[in-house]
Write a protein that binds this ligand. Structure first.
Ligand code: GUN
Length: 291
């Protein structure tokens, strides 16, 4: 047996196509969706991700309003900028690229974004709605993208055992909640988990969001499981996932490659969120859901 390779590039292109159509119909009705972006600091990964987001926004006809405050900005400076975007009628979604420089209190900035403009789904209101089991208006792009891949490849969720490795606020935790809301039985693992391979081997759906290239080998994988690799660690001019593809591919039932798996979905779902927020706030209703 060899895993079905989940083509994130193709699914992301399909999502972008659907989002682009909605942008065209909103724009024709006089409402052009706008995304406000705050990039502060010298993180090389962040600069690349933001450039990529700008390119996709342009392709889809979404206004991309980039702000690059000085690296030595204060929490108050960024707060004022977020408030300005909150008030801007032409801005439907706001993202503050993380990580922020260490002198800035990132929680204060994330919390300052209006929940109905929170294109990343990071605000405690939207995260809290997800935790309640309600469907929030927006879900963080990376876990939402993983769910979209599972849905489009008909990976069974109801009653499945799901294991998420990684407990970050922007991937691991929301991912676990989405799987729980999809009726999976969910375990969250982290650096203190005892006998991680044994826990992972129980998973029908295994999500690796650790940031350690190649850590998940065949020993961690139940035969036939769906393995979702969220890792994107830069190594020698390329990116490497958390999954050791050569050893896992013969064992798994499905596998997302790196690159070309989850990565392209993150940006596609960000654009989906921006357009959904635009439709909800300015055009009086949420568009037909992708989910
Ligand atoms: N840093 C890493 N991933 C993300 C993301 O999805 N959004 C933002 N704003 N920052 C990030």
């Amino acid at each position: 047996m060899s895993a079905v390779i989940i083509d994130g590039k193709a699914v992301a292109a399909a999502v972008r196509g659907e989002v682009g159509e909605r942008v065209r119909s909103l724009t024709a009705a006089g409402v052009r969706p706008g995304l406000g972006v705050v990039l502060c600091g010298d993180d090389p990964g962040s600069a690349t991700y933001v450039r990529n987001k700008g390119r996709v926004a342009e392709q889809l006809g979404v206004r991309f309003d980039l702000h690059t405050p000085a690296d030595d900005s204060s929490t108050a400076d960024l707060h004022a900028l977020v408030e300005q975007l909150n008030r801007d009628e032409g801005i439907d979604g706001i993202i503050v690229q993380l990580p922020l420089p260490k002198q800035i209190d990132a929680d204060v900035i994330v919390d300052a974004v209006r929940p109905d403009k929170d294109a990343d789904g990071f605000h405690p209101f939207n995260f809290g709605r997800l935790a309640e089991g309600a469907r929030p208006p927006v879900v963080a792009g990376t876990p939402a993208g993983c769910m979209e891949l599972l849905r489009r490849y008909d990976v069974p969720l109801r009653g499945a055992r799901a294991v998420v490795v990684g407990r970050s606020a922007i991937v691991g935790r929301p991912m676990a909640l989405l799987l729980l809301n999809g009726d999976c039985t969910v375990t969250i693992c982290h650096s203190r988990t005892v006998d991680l391979p044994a826990v992972c081997r129980e998973a029908d759906i295994l999500v690796a969001a650790i940031g350690r290239p190649g850590m998940i080998t065949a020993d961690y994988v139940k035969p036939g499981a769906c393995v979702i690799d969220v890792g994107i660690t830069p190594v020698d001019g390329t990116v490497r996932g958390d999954v050791d593809r050569a050893s896992v591919e013969p064992v798994a039932g499905w596998l997302t490659p790196v690159p070309g798996g989850v990565g392209p979905m993150t940006v596609a779902m960000l654009m989906y969120n921006t357009v959904a927020l635009c439709a909800a706030r300015r055009a009086g209703g949420v568009p037909a859901s992708l989910r």
